[in-house]
Structure formats: C-alpha cells, structure tokens
Design a protein around this ligand. Structure first.
Ligand code: TYD
Length: 224
C-alpha cells in the first residue's frame, strides 16, 4: 500500500467516510429542488429511526455562516483563487467539526452541496482548473468523499423560470449569465460520469415523489 505522506499535494487520497454512518450529498444547479429532496429523505430516515444530521455548504457551522455571507453577498469582485479558498475553508471546518463526528456516531449526514459544487462552479468560471479545485477540497477535507451524491439535473432555462417564480433576491452566483450555468451543468454531468458508483443522476423535471423514491432506493442499498 502507498503511504499517503508520499503522495503529492495534487493527488490526495480520497475515500468515502467508511464509518458506521452514511454521507449523502445533493448537488445540482440553483433551483433544481435539492432542499425539497433533502427534506423528504430526512423525514423518511427519521421515520425509520435513524439519526440524521441535515447540513449544507457554504454555512454549516458558525464560522461557515460568516464565510457564506462573504461568498454569496459581498458586493464587487472576489479573486477566483480567493473565492475557491473561502469555500474550501468553510468545507474544512465543517467536515472536521460536523460531518466526520456525525458519521463516526453512526448518523446519516444529508448535505446540500459539497466539493462537486466547487469543481462545477469555481471551475466553470474558466479561470481555475477543475482538477486543482478538486485537489484543494480533498486537501481541505483530508480526502472525504460522500457515500452517495444525488445530482438533480435541470436545464438552466427551466431552473431560471423556477427561481423567477420565487420572490427571493438573487445571490452572486444565481445572478450569473445563462452560459455560466450551462457550463456548471456540464461540469456536474462530467463529474457524475467519472464516478458512476458514487453518483445518482436524476432528471429534476420529474415529480418530487418519484425522485424521492429513487433517492430512498439508493440510500437503502447503501445502508444495507
Ligand atoms: P445554496 O446554498 O444552494 O444557495 P441557495 O440556498 O440560494 O439555493 O448555494 C449557494 C451558492 O454557492 C450556489 O449558487 C452555488 C455556490 N457554491 C459554489 O460556488 N461553490 C461551492 O463550493 C459551494 C458549496 C457552493
């Protein structure tokens, strides 16, 4: 076996948590329905007596809430490397203080967004290399990958119609142009194709209950 210390920084080890718990992440563009599906899964697991930790990035800790405020609501430009580091800093603290302890207790962690969002969004600006962004997150989290990642795939034009129907003001990323969101979508699909065992890709235009059933089946299979 290779000693992890021999690996260069650009090739950190990556592994699912391997604890008694389970780490499930939801990914997709803004407006794809991640929060709805995370809630439905949460209810289903609690009905079955599982302890669940619902969390999100950015902003799953007190430190993270402050980072979230900067990355989503800072007025004006943030240098792309600085932005990637802010998301990675949020992730490092969150994984160490919330996610790993929960998995070690045997809980199911249901999380809105994780490192795939960094690769898709920070990589989609065309400034940063996707492999660098992924390596940064893997370093930040000491290589933690989810047991299951549900990708809710939605055409950006349809997503925009859903967001327009909401009254909430747009954050910095939601306000990006449509071609940016198209690159984000393509990046997510490319990530999913590279790791078919980790990803469950769902068509987000399907009814919520049908999607929830697919998610439950994938989670049940991993809970054994
Ligand atoms: P999210 O919390 O899903 O926003 P909302 O509650 O408004 O749906 O995500 C916030 C934004 O942060 C989203 O546009 C994607 C972006 N993001 C990144 O760019 N990189 C990251 O690593 C993460 C986790 C999120």
């Amino acid at each position: 076996m290779t000693d992890d210390r021999d690996r260069p920084l650009h090739a950190p080890r990556a592994a699912a948590a391997g604890g008694p718990g389970l780490f499930v992440t939801f990914e997709g563009g803004d407006g794809a329905g991640k929060t709805t599906q995370a809630s439905l899964l949460d209810d289903w697991l609690r009905d079955r007596g599982r302890d669940v930790v619902r969390t999100r990035e950015p902003g799953g800790t007190d430190v993270g809430v402050r980072i979230r405020e900067i990355v989503l609501h800072h007025r004006g430009h943030i240098d792309p490397r600085a932005e990637a580091l802010l998301y990675a800093a949020d992730r490092a603290h969150h994984v160490e203080t919330v996610v790993r302890p929960a998995i070690a207790r045997g809980d199911v962690v249901i999380q809105d967004r994780y490192l795939d969002s960094s690769v898709a969004y920070q990589g989609a600006g065309r400034v940063l290399d996707a492999d660098d962004v992924r390596a940064l997150s893997l370093w930040a989290t000491d290589g933690l990958l989810p047991d299951l990642t549900v990708l809710l795939d939605l055409d950006p034009a349809a997503a925009r119609r859903r967001l327009d129907a909401d009254d909430k003001p747009f954050d910095r990323l939601e306000a990006e142009k449509e071609d940016f969101h198209t690159r984000v979508r393509t990046a997510f699909l490319t990530l999913a194709a590279a790791e078919p065992e980790r990803f469950l890709v769902l068509d987000a235009t399907q009814p919520a209950e049908a999607l929830a059933q697919r998610v439950r089946d994938a989670v049940a299979a991993r809970l054994g």
